[in-house]
Design a protein around this ligand. Structure first.
Ligand code: FDA
Length: 389
């Protein structure tokens, strides 16, 4: 069988690419259903883009690489598409747009775009081998137990990253990129909870509060959530993408500011209250109990000097923790690193050294922050390749 374009992976990027690559396009995926990560994303409502998406929201070996694709297919283009399909949506927070009803609406929208463009989709199809001769790709597939060979002028790697192997994530895109001589940068789990081998936060499981999580390179002001295994919540997921093993993370447990002044006022108004009781008016009581020893929280607030209140405030603003590790690909929302952007055209996503070979989406070394940025990269890079084909 012969097609002009064969797209490996019917996820966010692959379907978007197919919708723009036009007829004579075949998309194949080993899963039973397309866009499984879209389906489970955003708690079933898919945070499909971010109103404030820009190149600064992405990590990559080359921070400039994503600029071209993001500017040629923006969040507003995708929002237009969503609106054209009559899908109702809302902003949850920080520019994050979610479906009102279900993430399945986004999958249906992409499927109808793909079909309108004349592309075909084969599910439950495994990729057995890929070769290239005389400028044509020859791909051997297993469809329902039958081996089928497809030849294609263009081959698009859209099989995503390694996160959540239980959902069928594989390193296929990286293996194929290497097979064709493309460099693949070190991959690791991103947007992932931190673990602590001593289980020290078990008693705090479920406690949440707004924090600022910082590393020397960056910081995020979002919620922190204690879990049985360690730390999660948006601030932790965000900072995890910048974290390296052994690094200390600083948490400001009262980023709202003004704690020192507030404690001094309480000393005057409520002097006979215990220091812990007073502090629990600003940060969750369970966390105050947990920190009581470290923060030397004993005595009434009336007995605390300015210097002691200052030291306490400083400690609340700079709580340092060194995670043992992360939950890894098992729960990570994304894979950092991937197909080296140096090997690709930023305009078309085509491999510079292999005409007709394209790489898009999470497989490429471009990773977004939490908040709809990763899907925006899938839409923008899928569009770039699809329109170039
Ligand atoms: P994607 O993973 O979507 O698709 C790859 C496809 O390739 C899959 O269909 C897979 O079955 C197929 N495939 C893989 N290996 C194969 C093989 N060997 N043979 C055949 N097929 C193969 N992002 C965001 O912006 N907003 C959000 O709300 C969320 N929420 C979220 C929740 C959770 C739990 C996760 C795990 C991730 C998110 N993300 C997110 C991230 C987002 O889902 C991710 O960045 C995109 O889906 C990446 O799109 P791709 O098309 O590149 O890969």
């Amino acid at each position: 069988m012969q097609v002009k374009t064969l797209i490996l992976g019917a996820g966010a990027a692959g379907m978007m690419c197919a919708a723009h690559a036009g007829g004579d396009t075949l998309v194949v995926d080993h899963a039973k259903a397309p866009g499984e990560k879209i389906r489970i994303s955003g708690g079933g409502r898919c945070n499909f883009t971010n109103m404030y998406a820009g190149p600064e929201n992405f990590l990559s070996g080359n921070p400039h690489f994503c600029k071209s694709a993001l500017s040629r297919y923006t969040q507003w283009d995708f929002i237009d598409l969503v609106a054209r399909h009559g899908i109702a949506y809302h902003e949850k927070t920080l520019g994050q747009l979610f479906c009102d009803e279900s993430s399945k609406d986004i999958i249906q929208m992409l499927l109808s775009e793909l079909r309108n463009a004349g592309a075909d989709l084969w599910l439950k199809t495994s990729i057995l081998s890929v070769t290239r001769s005389d400028g044509v790709f020859e791909v051997s597939l297993d469809k329902d137990g039958t081996t089928i060979t497809v030849t294609a002028q263009n081959l698009v790697l859209a099989t995503g990253g390694k996160s959540i192997p239980k959902m069928g994530a594989t390193g296929l895109a990286y293996d194929l990129a290497r097979q064709f001589g493309l460099n693949v940068t070190e991959t690791r789990a991103g947007l992932v909870p931190f673990t602590f081998s001593d289980g020290r936060f078990k008693a705090l499981s479920g406690v949440a509060l707004p924090v600022q999580a910082s590393l020397p390179s960056t910081s995020f002001d979002e919620a922190l959530l204690f879990t049985h295994r360690g730390l999660s919540g948006p601030s932790v997921l965000q900072i995890s993408s910048y974290w390296r093993e052994g690094q200390k993370v600083a948490f400001d447990l009262y980023p709202q500011g003004g704690l020192y002044e507030a404690l001094r006022a309480k000393r005057t108004e409520d002097g006979r209250k215990n220091l812990s009781t007073i502090l629990a008016q600003f940060i969750p009581a369970k966390l105050v109990d947990f920190l009581a020893k470290d923060l030397a929280l004993s005595g009434n607030i009336a007995d605390q000097s300015d210097a002691k209140l200052r030291a306490l405030t400083d400690a609340v603003h700079t709580w340092h923790l060194t995670p043992s590790g992360t939950e890894g690909y098992r729960t990570a929302e994304v894979t950092l690193g991937g197909i080296d952007t140096d090997a690709l055209s930023s305009k078309t996503m085509e491999a510079k050294s292999v005409p007709g070979l394209y790489a898009i989406g999470e497989a490429v070394d471009v990773t977004g922050w939490l908040g709809g940025f990763n899907f925006q990269w899938a839409w923008s890079s899928g569009f770039a390749a699809g329109t170039a084909i």
